[in-house]
Design a protein around this ligand. Structure first.
Ligand SMILES: [Fe+2]
Length: 523
């Protein structure tokens, strides 16, 4: 049975076809009609002077005969209720069905003569099939070209717009956004490899819902998507290949979870033997994925896997770099019981203040390093001065005051620290201009340096020093209130005071465990 239909082309050959039909009517008493694949009459060469007695009955008979001819994929010879001979020929080429050519006798109770009409009908059939087939081929090529063009455009965009150096979370968000723009699906799930199915309700399975859905998904639908995503992810791991399910209802393993979702595609995020997780797309009831959508999703998953691999490498390098810096700073600070953990705490306070100020990820990352490195210049200043319990002489004070510039000189050749240099140089400047090394005032002092100054002062006040014991948090906050606007930036200091409970809580727990943990959040 032919299932592919095409558009019947009649217009350009109408004159020629009508001439052949006219020949048949006059010479053989045969009238010809042409119906398209949907059953519409597109060419009528019947003789109006000899119509069938019952047009409705005739129409029903022809519709049924054409449908039968299409179903059988062959010519049919019938006799209509009036006893007229009828011949129906399917118009088709290369398994594409375009319609039917119907020839019938103009006289009641009269058979059609194959011998006399066959050659002309075959000629008409050839004209119709040939022209329609060519038009269909051109249309198909045009459609295919348009699809290819769109596909290339989308693949190019995927390739170009996923940033090469992205954090994993950014990649996930971008891929979800891109997937919704190229395919029509209800929701997407992203499962990171190494996750456990026990983390349903949390963990590393992120579900994204189509922005085209007006209503927010119900709790049941969320659970359904998550359960199906985990099951498909497991299937992908076992097979190492795409899992495509046209009907979840008919899948023996998945039907138990399926209710509102109809079909699914699960694509492994894989580069060679490294498996980073799965991307799962779902369609709702009545909808299925096309082969075109499968192709796009495969391309998206392939690109995502490469970016994911690069992101993991960058994150590993970042982590290695940061841990080496931390090791260096800890090694220097651990020589002095009083300053042990100081830079780590200042770093944490600095980052938190940056977050509270709404700074972006890049600025916060810079603050993270600057906070940790702010006192690196104390390396090289004799312990006898740094650890002196009594009052410092003028020379000793001047020597200590060189540590911001010493710090800059120590690390200025390392590209990754470039943005930290102004923070390190100016973290002892004062808002009133009485600080060092440059006596900058107010907003002349870089923002990062003003933030570090607040964090540094708070930690200095709440930790023991060789020359005095620590102040209580309460007292430390009072002092910070006093120096707001003179020593410290008024707004940044206020931010710390407004969040005093959070800072005091972290300060106490960090002092109890001076080395702390990496990237510990205050909250
Ligand atoms: Fe300092």
């Amino acid at each position: 049975m032919s299932t592919v239909t095409g558009e019947l082309t009649v217009a350009s050959d109408r004159k020629h076809l009508l001439a052949l039909a006219d020949h048949l009517r006059r010479r053989e008493g045969v009238m010809v009609r042409v119906f398209d694949a949907s059953g519409n009459l597109v060419l009528d060469a019947s003789d109006d002077t000899e119509p069938c007695a019952d047009e409705h009955e005739c129409k029903e008979f022809l519709e049924e005969t054409c449908a039968s001819c299409k179903e059988k994929d062959s010519a049919c010879c019938r006799t209509c209720p009036k006893g007229r001979g009828v011949r129906v020929l399917p118009i088709k080429r290369s398994s594409v069905y375009f319609g039917s050519l119907v020839a019938c006798s103009t006289k009641d109770n009269q058979e059609l003569s194959d011998r006399s009409t066959g050659a002309v009908l075959d000629a008409m059939l050839d004209i119709l099939a040939e022209k329609s087939s060519k038009e269909h081929e051109i249309d198909s090529l045009a459609t295919e070209l348009a699809l290819r063009y769109e596909e290339i455009g989308i693949l190019y965009e995927i390739d170009e717009k996923i940033p090469l150096r992205s954090y994993t979370s950014h990649v996930v968000e971008y891929v979800a956004e891109k997937a919704f723009s190229v395919i029509n699906c209800s929701c997407l799930a992203w499962i990171a490899n190494g996750s456990s199915v026990s983390s349903i309700g949390g963990g590393d399975c992120q579900i994204f819902w189509s922005p085209n859905e007006s209503a927010s998904p119900s709790t049941m639908l969320r659970l359904e998507a998550k359960q199906l995503a985990w099951a498909l992810h497991d299937r992908c791991i076992k097979s190492g290949d795409v899992a495509a399910v046209a009907s979840l209802d008919h899948d023996p393993e998945l039907s138990v979870f399926a209710s509102e979702l109809n079909s699914a595609l699960c694509l492994p995020l894989q580069v060679e033997s490294d498996f980073y997780g799965s991307l799962v797309a779902f369609k709702a009831r009545g909808d299925q994925f096309t082969s075109y959508e499968l192709k796009l999703m495969k391309a998206l998953a392939r690109k995502s896997a490469f970016v994911m691999r690069d992101s993991r490498l960058y994150e590993d390098l970042d982590s290695l770099f940061f841990n080496l810096i931390k090791l260096l700073v800890n090694t220097i600070e651990n020589k002095d019981e009083y300053t042990k953990g100081h830079s780590q705490r200042v770093r944490t306070f600095t980052v938190r203040l940056g977050e509270l100020m709404g700074l972006g990820k890049d600025d916060t990352e810079t603050l993270n390093l600057s906070g940790l490195l702010h006192d690196i210049g104390k390396q090289g200043i004799p312990d006898a001065v740094l650890k002196k319990e009594g009052k410092l002489t003028e020379e000793e004070r001047a020597l200590i005051n060189t540590h911001p510039i010493r710090g800059v000189n120590l690390i200025k050749h390392i590209k990754q620290f470039e943005k930290c240099l102004p923070h390190i140089r100016h973290h002892h400047e004062r808002i009133d201009g009485n600080g060092y090394p440059d006596g900058l005032k107010g907003e002349q002092i870089p923002l990062g340096a003003r933030i570090i100054a607040v964090a540094d002062t708070y930690d200095a006040l709440t930790s023991d020093r060789c020359y005095r014991p620590r102040f209580t948090s309460h007292k430390a906050f009072d002092i910070i209130e006093e120096v707001r606007g003179t020593q410290l930036d008024a707004d940044i200091a206020k931010l710390l005071l407004d969040n005093r409970e959070e800072f005091a809580r972290y300060s106490q727990s960090a002092l109890a465990s001076p080395l702390g943990t990496d990237r510990t959040r205050i909250i």
